[in-house]
Structures are given as C-alpha cells and as structure tokens.
Design a binder for this molecule. Structure first.
Ligand code: ZN
Length: 319
C-alpha cells in the first residue's frame, strides 16, 4: 500500500489570552473559528481551531490559550514561522489591512521569488502571508471579514529552526517523502505533499542558536495529513521501522492521530481526514458553542466554570 502524506493537516500553537487570540485570527486574518473545544490533556484550557469554511485539513490553525502564560523564546528545535497562502493580487489589500489594525509588518520581502509579509500574532508567533499562485483549490469562509478574492487560502508552509538540519532533512526526505526544492542563503526549502496540497518546509540551521523555550507564541506541533485510518496504521508502522517512536493511535474525535518527535526536536503528528469537524455540529454553526468529546460531557459544568468566557467578534466589528 502507498498512502502519501498529502500535506499539512493542522498546526497547533500555544497562546496566552483566548479572546485576544480569537480577535486576531478571526477579525484580522479572517479565518473562521470552526471549533471551540478543550485541550484533551488539560480540559481547563480551550482548544480553538481556525480554518476555512469547513476547517478543511490544510487550513486548520489551532491554539491552546493558557491564560497568563509567559512568552516562549525562539531558538532551535521548533517551528519559528507559520506561512499562509494568499492570492498574488492581494498584496496592497493585506499591507493596508494589517497596518489599519496597528500591526507591525515587515516586508514585502522576496523569498524564493514570491513576496512575503511577516508580522507577529498577539503572543509573538511570527505569521507570514505569501502572495502565491499555490493552494488555489481552497474555498475561504464566505461570511468572514476578508473579501473572498483576498482571503487566506490555506497553509503555505512553515519555517523550522534547527541546530543541525541533517537529521531533520533525513526524516522529511526518506521517511515522509519530502523533495528538496531549492536553497536560498541559509534557508533550505523542501516540498511535502501531493499536488496543490503540498506545503513548503523551510529549514534554517544555526549551530549557535540556543534551544527554543516553548510557551505562549510557540508552535507546539505540526500535523501531517493522511486520508484515513488504514493510512494512519501504514504510517505508524513506517515511523516505527524508521527507528522513531510513535504513540499509539489517539482518538482526537475530529481526527485520529499518532505523534512522534523528529530528531531535530520538533513534535510531529500524523492525522486523518476523518471524521472531520462536522461530526458534532452542523456546518452553519461550527465554533459557536463549546463542544466536548463525548467522554468529557459528564464533566461539562465543571469544565465550563474553569474556562474564561469568550465571544466571537460582532458582525459589525468584522470588516
Ligand atoms: Zn494536533
């Protein structure tokens, strides 16, 4: 059986304040809050999922907002930037939009021939908008504040900071099937995935970089996308045969996952398309209320009391 990695499934990061996180990703970036759930390993912390209209794998950026968490510090062994693909004709729109929110924007700078705007989210996580013809197949959130012709389409890719790129490259290439694209300065670019779903993975190696300290503003893990449970089992065996240590398959309710740490220190997940975000709410009302995995329902009132109140931005604020 061959079941290639399709691309990125989701990326999960840590944040501090939940409402500030929602205000940024919904009101500023125009992503849809597609799921308001809890961290299954710490149910007094939200798990917020943002994405396109349906939270299609490849668009889902998720956060654990830990409240008063201190900021992490950048370093090696982590994903240092998350890049989204936007249409090439939207450069002026996004430059003006981000400035109108008072966001400090760096760029446009050219990376591998494409213009890129870089700016921090409220916790200092660096976000990039890449103006690109890639990722054309995605349908943005129709009710969102950003007009469809300018909306974020999907993940473009990520930048990984490493003390030594070699072992990370080996896993990307020989295990996950990534292909080298090009090198520019100290940045090495790999492509991982199938066709239009493929993501760009940039590696920056610097042996003098201190190790990252992960907290608010840090990426927690990246999940690679596979179609179904049979593919998941296939990849679990492949990871094990490669000498890495995957977890058992874990039921994340919206997808099924394994996790393993790659040798550069970054946590990888492999997650399935099934069952998806509409398994417990209809498409129209995704993200409008707190949903819990069924095995947590018995604790709902205690969980609700422990979580800070949050709200979606009013329609009139979405412009
Ligand atoms: Zn995950």
């Amino acid at each position: 059986m061959t079941a290639p990695i399709i691309g990125i499934h989701h990326i999960t990061a840590m944040a501090s304040d939940a409402q500030r996180n929602i205000d940024f990703y919904v009101s500023v970036l125009g992503l849809r809050l597609v799921k308001r759930s809890i961290n299954q390993d710490a149910p007094d912390v939200y798990h917020l999922y943002y994405g396109d209209e349906t939270g299609t794998p490849g668009t889902a950026m998720t956060f654990f907002p830990f409240g008063r968490a201190a900021r992490g510090t950048r370093g090696s062994g982590e994903i240092s930037r998350v890049a989204f693909a936007v249409p090439p004709s939207s450069q002026l729109y996004w430059t003006q939009r981000l400035r109108s929110f008072g966001i400090a924007v760096d760029g446009p700078n050219t990376q591998f021939g494409e213009p890129v705007l870089t700016f921090p989210d409220p916790d200092g996580l660096l976000i990039e908008l890449v103006f690109t013809e890639r990722q054309t197949l995605r349908a943005p959130w129709k009710q969102g504040p950003v007009p469809s012709e300018h909306a974020i389409k999907a993940f473009y890719g990520v930048t990984m900071n490493l003390s030594d790129a070699g072992p990370t490259e080996e896993v990307l290439r020989d295990l996950l099937g990534a292909a080298i694209v090009s090198r520019e300065g100290n940045r090495m670019r790999y492509s991982i995935g199938v066709g239009d779903h493929a993501a760009m993975i940039d590696l920056i190696a610097d042996a003098t970089m201190p190790h990252a300290r992960q907290s608010a503003g840090s990426v927690h893990h990246i999940a690679w996308r596979v179609t179904d449970d049979a593919s998941e089992e296939y990849w679990r065996s492949k990871v094990e045969e490669h000498g890495l240590a995957p977890t058992e398959v874990i039921d994340r309710f919206y997808f099924h996952s394994i996790y393993f740490r790659e040798p550069g220190g970054i946590l990888y997940e492999i997650a399935t398309d099934n069952p998806g975000f509409t398994v417990d709410e209809p498409l129209e009302s995704l993200g409008s209320k707190l949903v819990l995995p069924p095995w947590y329902e018995v604790h709902r009132s205690a969980i609700e009391r422990s979580l800070p109140p949050i709200h979606l931005p009013e329609r009139r604020d979405l412009q």
